[in-house]
Design a binder for this molecule. Structure first.
Ligand SMILES: [Ca+2]
Length: 103
């Protein structure tokens, strides 16, 4: 039986693979902030005020850029060019504390 584990961190939440296992679908979960996509958020660095006290925009841009890089590397490593979709954490309804999605 194939299983995935959700790792929650303040930097980036993502579903990771156990070494050597091949999953049909793996999803990277990240906060898009006010942006419509991870691509828009990850490439919004020119709009970020990096020097103000509010790090919300800094974090969204940085995390989404990291998610895009992770997606690119995972796709290159596995040759699964349609896998590793990036979704907004606001769209993820409920996750079991151990990473299994609750129906
Ligand atoms: Ca800022």
């Amino acid at each position: 039986m194939k299983t995935a584990r959700l790792v929650r961190s303040p930097v980036l939440s993502m579903v990771i693979l156990a070494a050597g296992q091949a999953f049909a679908e793996t999803t990277v979960v990240v906060n898009f902030g006010p942006h419509a996509s991870a691509e828009a958020a990850g490439h919004s660095e020119a709009k970020v005020d990096w020097l103000d006290a509010d790090t919300t925009d800094d974090t969204v841009c940085t995390e989404c850029f990291a998610a895009l890089e992770l997606q690119r590397y995972l796709r290159n490593m596995t040759a699964r060019t349609n896998d590793f979709a990036i979704v907004d954490d606001a769209d993820v309804q409920a996750w079991h504390p151990h990473g299994r999605r609750v129906a």
